[in-house]
Every structure is written in structure tokens, then in C-alpha cells.
Design a protein around this ligand. Structure first.
Ligand SMILES: Nc1ncnc2c1ncn2[C@@H]1O[C@H](COP(=O)(O)OP(=O)(O)O)[C@@H](O)[C@H]1O
Ligand SMILES: O=C(OP(=O)(O)O)[C@H](O)COP(=O)(O)O
Length: 418
């Protein structure tokens, strides 16, 4: 079933989108690409005469907090759609059920952040640090059990299910995967964005022009480091940058000061370095860093070798030597995949590295390379630097894009196809 074949007239659609957009300290949206990307699907449903219940997450909350409330995006969503979008303060409460039931054709209801409930991810929360294995097992079983009710309730709001959340398609969560089984095959489908993203990934995978370079940065070290091993089977060059750098530097015995690091991934980092060598993949790491004496745009800064960061300082961007090395590799590539900034690009003083990587990608693209940039923050980055038109394809997925390129079947996609 494709969305084009479906007539939504008189139907209520539960649409899972990825509105996990970057917000500034005043809760202003700094990049709305992910919201705009879902508009064709939302508009098609409304034009057909359907109504919509929108489900999304925002950030990685560990419970209900104002900081991660989707009410911050409500007004902008109404503006983009040209419809006064209603809001349910709790995706599970009575209010959500009543408002969903009362929706008339052309109306839209946005549910509060689904991740305010542990059931969305299906992982227990609030476990004591010293919890025993037995307690952990019991907590996991309990949340898995209550997840069924949670999923069923979400499904009960609608007649059909549309998954348009490519950015979250690599998560086997209640609203991205489990929910699909509550709809028969004629009432569940991908939205336009999902269709477009899957086609773009297929295009790359079916015809990889070499050298193929992947650039992985950002701050989601633990989820992305796991992806590297499979990517090593696909790429010729792998540039590791951003927050991921320091786990590799520390693993090799370097001094990283206060830089972000995943201590339980040090062995994995060493193993990946070894595997890259065995497979003949050129794994490129930073040699220098722009360091700061606090996590702030106004911090004192200096450049130093990446493995000689003094105590009390942290690496917030790459240094000029590294920029040159990265640019050289990128400019000699024919396929380029970028996910994750080289530094804390939200702070003006730490944008230089990400900008230089973006510019090198644009130059390579001008010279015939096919370039893909993906991820909420990476896309915000290329937009901020005015480089989006110079890359071949901008994806709303970061981790999802990497996993799709890795060759994995994403749970959000499998759930609809099964
Ligand atoms: N050295 C670093 N230290 C701390 N945070 C970093 C560092 N480099 C990049 N980041 C942060 O990584 C975030 C983006 O990471 P991520 O979510 O993995 O990317 P994307 O959304 O593009 O997939 C940005 O908020 C940026 O500030
Ligand atoms: O922003 C997202 O992913 P990305 O940072 O890899 O682009 C998605 O919304 C998924 O979020 P998650 O990585 O917290 O599951």
C-alpha cells in the first residue's frame, strides 16, 4: 500500500513523524527541515478529507519535562500547515483519547512527546545504580508488558497508520515499529518522506562510486560507534570526528581532559582501529583540536594536539591541521556520506571545522561526487552555512541513514513491510 493509492477521506490517520528538531535556549526552532519534510504527507491526508493524529519524540527525555515538550513546536506547525493544530498534553491521557475521537476532517491533533513514557522506547527508567541483574530483568519485563497497552492505545486513536519518521526508523519503538501490527496491511503505509529517503539510500547502495568516504561526528557516540564495524565493509575512507574523536584518542593512550568520551567503548574503539587496518580502510582521526576551558561560546580557547589536551580543558572542535587532512580526503572522494558535526557548531566559536568539512563536500560535489548529508544537527549545520544546495542529497536521518547505508533493514521499515 502506498500513500498515493490511499484515500484518507473520512479517515483518522496516526502519523509518526520525526519532529526532533533543534531548539535554542528560548525554545525557538533553529532548523525546521524535519517539519517541512513531513508536510507533503500531512497535506495529502488533509486534502483527501482525512484528519491526523501526529506522534513524535523530541530529544531524549527520561520523563515528562517542559524542556522536551512538543508544545514548543505547536505554533510553527500550525503556521506551516495553515491549520490551527490542537495539542494533547499527555499522549496517553483521557484528553488525547477525547480529542482524537472528536477530530473532524481537516483537523490535526499533536500528541505530547511520546518519549515522556518509558513504554515508547520499551526500556526501564529510574533503576537504582546498584540494581541487581534480577531487578534489571524484572524492570525490563515490566516495561515490555506495559508497552503493549501503550502501543494499543496509540493505535486506538486512528483508522490507519502512516510512518513518515525516517530519522527514527532505526529505532524499534512502540510508535515506529510495534504499532504497525495493530493495523491490517491495507491500512498501514509509508509517507512520502519515507519513500523518498528509502529511494535515495537504494540509489547510493546500488551504485557506489569510489572512493567512498563516510564522515561520522556529533555526540551520540555510543549509538554511532556500533555502526562503524559494518560501515568498514562499505567505505574506503572513514573520518571519525566530533565527540566520537576522544573515545578513540583515549583508547590509544592520549590525554583528552574533559572532552566527551564513552569509557565503556574504549576496547571497541581499539578493535575498530584494528579491523579498519585489516580491511584496508583508511580510518582518519583528528590530529589537533580547538579546546575550551568551559562548555561555552565565551570560553578561553587554544589549539593543541588532540592527544595532549590539558586537564580542565575539552575539545569542542577540530584544529586547522585536521581540517586540511579531512578536506584532502573529501575532495578526492566520489561518494560522500556526512553525519555529525566536527564540533559544537551551535557555538559560533566552534563552527570552523564543520564549515570546512561542508565546504570540502560542496567542492567535491561540484567535481562530480555524490554527497549525502544526514541528521538533525548535520542538516542544521549545512543550512546554517548556506551549503545545502551544494550537496546532492540532504536526508532527515542521521543514525537511520548510517544504518540504512550499512545495509541493515530498519525496524520502522520492516514493521510496515511484514
Ligand atoms: N567535541 C564535541 N563535544 C561535545 N559535543 C559535540 C562535539 N562535537 C559535536 N558535538 C555535538 O554533537 C551534536 C550533534 O550530534 P548528533 O546528534 O550525533 O548529530 P546529528 O543530529 O547530525 O545526527 C551537536 O549538538 C554538537 O554540539
Ligand atoms: O535526531 C535523531 O537522530 P540523529 O541525531 O541520528 O539524526 C532522531 O530523531 C532519532 O533520535 P534518537 O537518536 O534519540 O533515537
Amino acid at each position: 500500500m502506498t500513500i498515493d493509492q490511499f484515500n484518507f477521506a473520512g479517515k483518522k490517520a496516526f502519523v509518526r513523524v520525526d519532529f526532533n528538531v533543534p531548539l535554542d535556549e528560548n525554545f525557538n526552532i533553529t532548523d525546521d527541515t524535519r517539519m517541512r519534510a513531513a508536510l507533503p504527507t500531512l497535506k495529502k491526508i488533509l486534502t483527501d478529507g482525512g484528519s491526523i493524529i501526529i506522534g513524535s519524540h523530541l530529544g531524549r527525555p527520561k520523563g515528562a519535562t517542559d524542556k522536551f515538550s512538543l508544545k514548543h513546536i505547536l505554533k510553527h506547525l500550525s503556521d506551516l500547515l495553515g491549520v490551527e493544530v490542537q495539542f494533547a498534553n499527555d499522549c496517553m491521557g483521557e484528553e488525547a483519547a477525547v480529542k482524537a475521537a472528536a477530530l473532524q476532517p481537516g483537523e490535526v491533533l499533536l500528541l505530547e512527546n511520546l518519549r515522556f513514557y518509558a513504554e515508547e522506547e520499551g526500556k526501564p527508567r529510574g533503576l537504582a545504580e546498584d540494581a541487581t541483574d534480577e531487578e534489571k530483568k524484572a524492570a525490563k519485563a515490566a516495561v515490555k508488558e506495559s508497552q503493549k497497552e501503550f502501543t494499543k492505545k496509540l493505535a486506538s486513536y486512528a483508522d490507519c497508520y502512516v510512518n513518515d519518521a525516517f530519522g527514527t526508523a532505526h529505532r524499534a519503538h512502540a510508535s515506529t515499529a510495534l504499532i504497525a501490527k495493530y493495523f491490517d496491511k491495507d491500512n498501514k503505509m509509508f509517507g512520502y518522506l519515507m519513500e523518498k529517503e528509502v529511494k535515495a539510500v537504494d540509489k547510493v547502495l546500488n551504485d557506489i562510486k569510489r572512493p567512498f568516504t563516510a564522515i561520522m561526528g556529533g555526540s551520540k557516540v555510543s549509538s554511532k560507534i556500533e555502526i562503524i564495524e559494518n560501515l568498514l565493509n562499505k567505505v574506503d575512507n572513514l573520518i571519525i570526528t566530533g565527540g566520537m574523536t576522544y573515545t578513540f584518542t583515549k583508547a590509544q593512550g592520549g590525554k583528552i581532559g574533559l572532552s566527551i568520551c564513552e569509557d565503556d567503548k574504549l576496547d571497541l574503539a581499539l578493535e575498530l582501529l584494528k579491523k579498519a587496518k585489516e580491511k584496508g580502510v583508511n580510518l582518519v582521526l583528528a590530529v589537533d583540536a580547538k579546546i575550551a576551558d568551559s562548555f561555552s561560546n565565551d570560553a578561553n580557547t587554544q589549539f593543541c594536539k588532540v592527544n595532549e589536551i590539558p586537564d580542565g580543558w575539552e575539545g569542542l572542535d577540530i584544529g586547522p591541521e585536521t581540517e586540511k587532512i579531512f578536506a584532502e580526503v573529501i575532495k578526492n572522494s566520489k561518494t560522500i556520506l556526512w553525519n555529525g558535526p566536527t564540533g559544537v557548531f551551535e557555538f559560533e566559536n566552534f563552527t570552523h571545522g564543520s564549515r570546512s568539512v561542508g565546504e570540502a563536500i560542496v567542492e567535491a560535489t561540484k567535481n562530480g561526487a555524490f554527497s549525502l548529508v544526514g541528521g538533525g544537527d548535520s542538516v542544521a549545520c549545512v543550512n546554517k552555512f548556506g551549503l545545502a544546495n551544494g550537496v546532492s542529497y540532504v536526508s532527515t536521518g542521521g543514525g537511520a541513514l548510517l544504518e540504512a547505508i550499512e545495509g541493515k533493514v530498519l525496524p520502522g521499515i520492516a514493521a510496515i513491510n511484514e
